[in-house]
Design a protein around this ligand. Sequence first.
Ligand code: SF4
Ligand code: MG
Length: 333
Amino acid sequence: TQHLLEVEGLKTEFKRGGGSVTAVAGVDFHIRKGEVLGLVGESGCGKSVTSLSIMRLLKDTPGKITGGSVRFEGTDLTKLSEKDMRRARGNDLAMIFQEPMTSLNPVLRIGLQLTEPIMLHLGYGRKKAREHAIHMLKLVGIPRAEEVIDEYPHQLSGGMRQRVMIAMAMSCNPKLLIADEPTTALDVTIQAQILDLMKRLKEEQEMGMLLITHDLGVVAEMCDRVVVMYAGRVVEEAPVQELFSNPKHPYTKGLIQSVPKLRQKVRRLESIKGNVPDLSQMPPGCKFAARCPFAMEKCVASEPELIPLAGASERKSRCWLTQDEAVEGGDRA
Ligand code: SF4
Ligand code: MG
């Protein structure tokens, strides 16, 4: 069966100095209709570059997709013309960024920014588009929507701006929403409200979602399945409950252990020691070897593949320790 989104072997490189570095090194995952896939990992692991690659929004960076495919309902987005891609971004795909001020135009009223895409993509006239925009603002819980629509972004609080962004992203009924740290900049109460809202809209509209976050609490709350990235690679994939109850990859185990326990207020967040390797000086073997408490000689010498594991569907791990759990004769990912 065809998935809503199918990312296969995605590779994105950046020019740096005289050469290039690989920020996304052959990433595979898929998302179904009405499903939320979490993409987690430390900053610099390639999460954001992956999402920008899917949306083909690398133009402002020196990045370039150099391999693989991104099939959306069967169409390879990497092969679309700029014009068709722009249309797809308005109609079927939408993205919410972490910092709403970077995606809202400060000199234009909220209303104009909301209604233009609605007119363009849904073909509504100005009056109907404005009504739809107000409806969307109400849907994301903005009070006095009829007034807010005529205000400028700076007149709103951060939480309200983020809601406007979400209203904007949802206003053309996207089939896939990519949300990159959508609530990280917000306080906890507003964060919870916005996550609730996204969940509701996902259920009501059967929208698929790629949720990029480093917050495992948000993952537990929102996601159906999770992909863990490290150094531009997928290192683990699992249904959300299994990821937490039985993580397979040492990096995932480290991430989960680093979450501070509830009610242990004073305890310091115990993060994984060491740093993500420099993209321009990737070690040849397992990219996590320098930080892995289980590293063996083999790990330093050669990199394990991401392989499906036996016992559960849609479980994969990229670690020499889990190779013996591989699906017998299963497809290599
Ligand atoms: Fe650790 Fe080796 Fe597994 Fe890498 S392959 S995560 S170094 S045990
Ligand atoms: Mg990021």
